[in-house]
Design a protein around this ligand. Structure first.
Ligand SMILES: Cc1ncc(COP(=O)(O)O)c(C=O)c1O
Length: 394
């Protein structure tokens, strides 16, 4: 299908919620995608930090096909082994935690909101207030949007959940949030907000506030989790955020490498607030997606992709810093953004024409989230196309 036909069909049959580039992808392998005209593109977006193992990783394809010919779905009225193995494996990465599986990042956040609510209900305390950060992004369902500190995304859908208080990530004035705070939700790198790591001092203030007041700390790792920033989870970067440890954290995106699966993981005493009937989703942790996620974790571990993210992230950062037109580079591991001198949307279009997928996260900011399996040669190729696109957009 050509892009013109795709646009025509979209305008007739799809809700107009996305602004799409004029390209139709038909196949992918490793860090490359192929369009309907047979053109190859180097993928520095990874389906928004999702296809961390690259497109059609042979081991993930193998796990998917073997599970697909055995069992897809039974509902959570019954046990299936892949879901239990996945939960066991995730707990092994932290040493604690019980999981609830869903299909999207926003649903993992909904689960976090509900488990926090139920936890305080059981304690007999009226702690329904939630603190979130300005400029945050937690998803598009009404609950997740209520925590999202970006007014243009919220405004058309107000009224949202009450009792959400936003604080500045640079100077979080937690003392002025009032009584009855049940939880603080944070992203340690605000990814959709422009790839801004939380300042260490803010993380320390948030962790201190939570330990002094008993408010639960919820870390949204939907984008940062699973090796992307150079450790299994961003909160494990002790050098940056001290010994900050969440009570609850969320995962999505990379967990299925493109197959829909997400998780909300809570410490035992928080998870134990739920009882049968409190929360559910039909497709959550279904064997097909769970088997894929188990294989994704196994590949990440065997290929030590947390190290690869650090190593290749450093390499990409150094290369980007040498490019004329790049003002600065920020981020962590293979979740980086470059501040540029020209209009980011125009650079993204030029790069697309030249065979590189990029994504703008601000008027003058580009995000880089390539597959974690990217090689130095592929990074060189992408940076070369970017330099040219920047020169042509001046
Ligand atoms: C930090 C964070 N939380 C939640 C979400 C929502 O995930 P989903 O789009 O899968 O609902 C996103 C999506 O970009 C995200 O970056």
């Amino acid at each position: 299908m050509d892009p013109r036909t795709a646009h025509d069909l979209e305008s007739r049959y799809l809700m107009p919620t996305y602004r799409r580039a004029p390209v139709v992808f038909v196949a992918g392998e490793g860090c490359y995608l192929l369009d309907s005209d047979g053109r190859r593109y180097l993928d520095f977006v990874s389906g928004i930090a999702t296809v961390s193992l690259g497109h059609c990783h042979p081991r993930v394809v193998g796990a998917l096909s073997s599970q697909a010919s055995r069992l897809w779905h039974t509902s959570n009225l019954f046990y299936t082994e892949p879901q239990l193995r996945l939960a066991e494996r995730l707990a092994g990465l932290t040493g604690w935690g019980k999981a609830f599986f869903a299909s999207s990042g926003a649903e993992a956040i909904e689960c976090a909101l509900k488990v926090v609510r139920k936890y305080w209900r059981i304690q007999g305390e009226d702690r329904t207030r939630i603190v979130a950060l300005k400029n945050s992004f937690h998803g598009r369902t009404l609950g997740a949007l209520s925590l999202t500190g970006q007014p243009p995304k919220r405004r058309p859908f107000e009224p949202l959940l009450p009792e959400i208080v936003f604080v500045d990530p640079i100077d979080p004035q937690l003392e002025s949030c009032g009584d009855g705070v049940g939880a603080v939700f944070v992203e340690l790198v605000q990814a959709e907000g422009g790839v801004h790591p939380l300042p260490p001092d803010s993380a320390e203030r948030i962790a201190r506030y939570c330990s002094e007041t008993g408010a639960l700390l919820v870390v949204d790792e939907v984008q940062t989790g699973l090796c992307r920033t150079g450790s299994w989870f961003a909160w494990q970067h002790e050098r940056l955020w001290g010994d900050l440890e969440p009570d609850v954290f969320t995962l999505g995106k990379a967990l299925g490498n493109g197959i829909p699966i997400s998780a909300c993981i809570a410490k035992e005493q928080v998870a134990g607030a739920f009882e049968p009937g409190d929360h559910a989703t039909t497709l959550g942790g279904a064997p097909l997606a769970a088997a894929v996620a188990c294989e994704v974790l196994a590949v990440m571990e065997q290929e030590r992709l947390y190290e690869a993210a650090r190593r290749q992230g450093d390499y990409l950062r150094r290369k980007l810093e040498e490019v004329a037109g790049v003002v600065s580079v920020r981020g962590l591991g293979l979740l980086l953004a470059a501040e540029i001198e020209t209009d980011a949307a125009s650079v993204v279009s030029r790069a697309l024409e030249a065979g590189l997928l990029l994504n703008a996260v601000g008027e003058r900011s580009l995000r880089f989230a390539p597959p974690l399996v990217i090689t130095e040669t592929e990074i060189d190729e992408g940076v070369e196309i970017l330099s040219k696109a920047l020169r042509e957009t001046e």
